[in-house]
Design a protein around this ligand. Structure first.
Ligand code: PLP
Length: 395
């Protein structure tokens, strides 16, 4: 059976070319980049070359990039770091309701434990934050707005350039979580008015355990980790040189095939969307269609079934996907994002996310649109929700 990994928003395979670039920095060129001897200098040079390459890709200056341990750390550093730094100026921050927990729980922490006031912005049916709502929410004591570049569940690409322009005009900082968009959607921190931006290597065919934070020149987030003052004093801890070199190689590979790769994702994504919506009754798409959706993301609501059972049945058929309810991770609450776009609990539970990657093929997408109706049919045949809907004459 052909195996299809369709969970690339969760993590990606390390591209063999990335692993190859990393290997010498694990085995031979393993110096500590803070040391002045030759091995240290070699590591420092590799580190700075990687920094320049990634900075260039997002329109930043090398000295504006801070390497961290993951996207979660970057979000924490941006939000806690700036909120705490500017707390004398004001204690109000704004985030959207559909942020990843790395942002949402950080905002909650500041609210519960540190006396900050947080406004949580709603989204519309497709998951969009309204720039006008951001403008309205900004107060005299607001210091920071955080709206993600694209949603990790339903793939909505937020109007970050408009939000960035509003923040700039109103004199507040703008942070965006670009963990899902880096290498998938063009990013230009200057043109988009972004002050802080988080990214993560393992979403872009790089290794796990490496993140980045873009910090606009002149901003000084309070460190979350204290220590030897690495990364311009913002993030102490010996740099993961091999991982960072791998991150840069991953970005370089994405840059070289950007147009072609994103066009291919879009084509496969739209094939999946059309195939599922026309092939299976009582299904719907979460998030928008077209260019305002992540090119590799399709997210379906499938009525009258549980997402977890669908995930397990698809796994048995050789497809790795994700579900919108977090039951599989031991949490019975349905996804906050799905509730925020107005789904009812039972609708949120019956959802499936398919995220394509570099090695996804047309044949896999075709097989998926063949297999899914069969699996959904079998699950509905056993589903009390479906028999109840039948009794009500709904189906
Ligand atoms: N932000 C978004 C939008 C994500 O999708 C993820 C990972 O799923 C993160 C942040 C966290 O990144 P990391 O896994 O590198 O901590």
């Amino acid at each position: 059976m052909d195996f299809a990994y369709f969970d690339n928003a969760a993590t990606t395979r390390v591209d063999p070319r990335v692993a190859e670039a990393m290997l010498p920095f694990l085995t031979e060129r393993y110096g500590n980049a803070s040391e002045p001897h030759s091995m240290g200098v070699d590591a420092r040079e590799a580190l700075e070359a990687a920094r320049s390459a990634i900075a260039g890709f997002i329109g930043a200056r090398p000295e504006e990039l801070v390497f961290t341990g993951c996207g979660t750390e970057s979000d924490n550093l941006a939000i806690k770091g700036m909120a705490r730094r500017l707390k004398k100026k004001g204690r109000h921050i704004i985030v959207s309701m559909v942020e990843h927990p790395a942002v949402f729980e950080t905002a909650k922490h500041l609210e519960r434990e540190e006396g900050f006031d947080v406004t949580y912005l709603p989204v519309d049916r497709e998951g969009f934050v309204s720039p006008a709502a951001v403008d309205e929410a900004i107060r005299k004591d607001t210091t920071l707005v955080s709206v993600m570049h694209a949603n990790n569940e339903i793939g909505t690409i937020e109007p970050v350039a408009e939000i960035g322009a509003i923040c700039r005009e109103r004199g507040v900082l703008f942070h965006t979580d670009a963990v899902q968009t880096l290498c998938k959607v063009p990013i230009d921190v200057e043109a988009m008015g972004i002050d802080l931006l988080a990214g993560s290597a393992h979403k872009v065919y790089g290794p796990k355990g490496v993140g980045l934070l873009y910090v606009r020149k002149g901003l000084h987030p309070e460190p979350v980790l204290h220590g030897g003052g690495h990364e311009g004093g913002v993030r102490s801890g010996t740099e993961n040189v091999a991982g960072i070199v791998g991150f840069a190689r991953a970005v370089e590979l994405a840059r070289d095939s950007f147009e072609e790769e994103t066009a291919r994702y879009r084509h496969l994504r739209d094939r999946l969307i059309d195939g599922v919506l026309t092939g299976i009754p009582h299904t719907f798409l979460n998030g928008p269609r077209g260019d305002r959706r992540l090119p590799h993301n399709a997210h379906f609501g499938v009525r009258y079934i549980e997402g977890e059972s669908l995930l397990l049945r698809l796994d048995a058929e050789g497809f790795e996907v994700s579900t919108g309810s977090a039951c599989s991770s031991g949490d019975l609450e349905p996804s906050r994002t799905l509730l925020a776009i107005g789904l009812r609990h039972e609708e949120a539970h019956g959802s499936v996310r398919v995220t394509l990657g570099r090695w996804s093929t047309e044949a896999q997408a075709e097989r998926f649109v063949e297999v899914l109706p069969k699996v959904v049919g079998q699950l509905r045949a056993m589903s009390p929700l479906y028999s109840e809907a039948k009794a009500r004459g709904e189906v």
